[in-house]
Design a protein. Structure first.
Length: 395
C-alpha cells in the first residue's frame, strides 16, 4: 500500500543533499528499512540504505554517468556503494528468497517491491519511501510503529525458521520500539524456537545481546526473554534482572558491558570465553564485578586510583548498592581527582649507584607501598630519598 502523504521528518530525510543525487540517478530507487522507520518514529537516522529494481551493473552505470563514485562492495549479494560528498550509501537490488537453512538464504533478483519487503523480518523494517515522498507500507508497519508493536512479516514461525537470529533481533527491536504486551503470535513462535538458537555463532549472540542492552530501558525485553526461555538459552550462567533494573533506575550510562556486569549472575570468565568477548571486554567485565568500591577519605581514593583506572572504579560505584547521595559524591570525586602516578622508575635506582638486578625491583616495590600508605602524595625527591634508604638496607 502506498501512502502519498508522509511525515515532515521523512520528507526531510529524502531531501538530504547527499542522498538527492543518488535518487536522481536512480529514479526507481527507494530508501528502505531502518532509515524510514526511524524518520517516522522521530529518531535520529544513522545509515541510509537504498533499494532498486535494477540489476547492480545497471545501477553502477547510471551512478557513474551522474558523476558519482561507485564501489562494487557486494555484487554477489546485489549491493554496490555510492559515494556522495564523501558519504557512503549502500544500494541493493530487490531480492526474493529461493531457499533458507535457518541462518542464510539463497536469493534471486526481482523487480517486485512487495516480494522484497516480504523477506524482511518485521513490519516496521519493511517500509520504503520513494523520492517523491510516497511511503510504501505493504504489511502495516507504520501502524505497528505508532502502536509500539513489533510484529513479524507474515507467519512468525516460518520467518524464524528461515533465520533463527530473528529471535534475538525481535528482542532488540522490542527493547527500542515496543510498548505494552508483546505480539502474541511472535511470543508463541519464539518460545517454540528456542532450540534453534544453537545454530547461531557466539559472536552474533553477543552482538545482539549488546544491542538489546543498549536500549534506553532493556529490562522489559530481558524480562520477556526470561519468560519465553530465551534468556536461559543464551545466558546459561544465570541472570539477575533485579540488579539490571536497579542499575537502569539509578540512571547509569547505557553501556552494554556495564549492564551485563549487573545482569550476569554467574562465572564472568566462562561467559566471556563462551561468547568470545574481546580481551578488553573480558578484562573490564571482570574488573567491574570483582574489586573494592571507593570508601573512606581522599587518601583512600588516591590509593585506589593509583592501582586502578577511574572508569573501572566508576563502574563499581554504579553497580554498588549505595545511597544516592553517596554514589553521586563518589562519582564526582572520581571524575575530578587526577590519577596518582608513582614517580620513580628503575633508572632512578641505577642513578643512585645500585646494580641492576632483583634488589632494585624489590626496593622499588617497598617504596611504592610506602608511597601508597601515605596517600600517594610524596613527590619524586621524597621517594628518591626513601629509595636510597631501602637500597642501603641491603634487603
Amino acid at each position: 500500500m502506498t501512502q502519498p502523504q508522509s511525515s515532515a521528518a521523512l520528507r526531510a530525510l529524502l531531501a538530504d543533499p547527499d542522498l538527492a543525487p543518488i535518487l536522481a540517478a536512480l529514479p526507481q530507487a527507494r530508501v528502505v528499512g531502518g532509515a524510514v522507520r526511524d524518520a517516522l518514529a522521530g529518531l535520529p537516522v544513522a545509515d541510509i540504505d537504498i533499494a532498486t529494481p535494477e540489476p547492480p551493473k545497471t545501477s553502477m552505470a547510471r551512478l557513474s554517468e551522474a558523476g558519482l563514485r561507485v564501489v562494487p562492495t557486494g555484487l554477489a549479494h546485489g549491493t554496490v556503494t555510492a559515494i556522495s560528498n564523501h558519504r557512503p550509501f549502500e544500494i541493493t537490488t530487490l531480492r526474493r528468497d529461493v531457499a533458507t537453512d535457518g541462518r542464510h538464504a539463497r536469493v534471486a533478483w526481482t523487480d517486485d517491491w512487495r516480494a522484497d519487503a516480504a523477506r524482511r523480518d518485521f513490519t516496521i523494517n519493511a517500509l520504503s519511501a520513494d523520492r517523491a515522498g510516497g511511503l510504501h507500507d505493504f504489511f502495516g508497519g507504520q501502524a505497528d510503529l505508532a502502536a509500539g508493536r513489533v510484529r513479524f512479516v507474515g507467519e512468525a514461525a516460518l520467518r524464524i525458521a528461515e533465520d533463527y537470529l530473528r529471535v534475538l533481533r525481535f528482542f532488540r527491536f522490542y527493547a527500542r520500539y515496543g510498548r505494552g504486551a508483546a505480539d502474541g503470535e511472535a511470543s508463541t513462535a519464539i518460545a517454540a524456537a528456542v532450540d534453534g538458537l544453537r545454530v547461531l555463532s557466539a559472536e552474533r549472540i553477543w552482538s545482539e545481546i549488546k544491542r538489546i542492552l543498549q536500549a534506553p530501558d532493556p529490562v522489559p525485553a530481558m524480562d520477556l526473554m526470561q519468560r519465553l526461555g530465551v534468556l536461559a538459552a543464551v545466558l546459561p550462567e544465570g541472570a539477575d534482572l533485579g540488579k539490571l533494573a536497579a542499575l537502569v533506575q539509578r540512571g547509569a550510562p547505557a553501556d552494554p558491558l556495564l549492564r551485563m556486569a549487573a545482569l550476569l549472575d554467574g562465572d564472568a570468565q566462562r561467559f566471556a570465553r563462551r561468547l568470545k568477548l574481546s580481551a578488553a571486554e573480558e578484562a573490564r567485565l571482570g574488573a567491574w564485578r570483582v574489586g573494592p568500591v571507593p570508601q573512606g577519605d581522599v587518601a583512600d581514593l588516591r590509593r585506589l586510583l593509583a592501582a586502578e583506572d577511574a572508569d573501572v572504579l566508576i563502574g563499581r560505584v554504579w553497580l554498588a548498592d549505595l545511597p544516592t547521595g553517596e554514589r553521586g559524591a563518589w562519582l564526582e570525586k572520581l571524575a575530578t581527582t587526577p590519577k596518582p602516578v608513582f614517580p620513580l622508575e628503575g633508572r632512578d635506582a641505577l642513578a643512585l649507584g645500585a646494580a641492576p638486578g632483583p634488589k632494585v625491583g624489590a626496593a622499588l616495590r617497598r617504596v611504592r607501598v610506602w608511597w601508597m600508605e601515605g596517600g600517594c602524595v610524596a613527590g619524586k625527591d621524597e621517594c628518591r630519598i626513601r629509595l636510597e634508604q631501602e637500597l642501603s638496607r641491603g634487603e
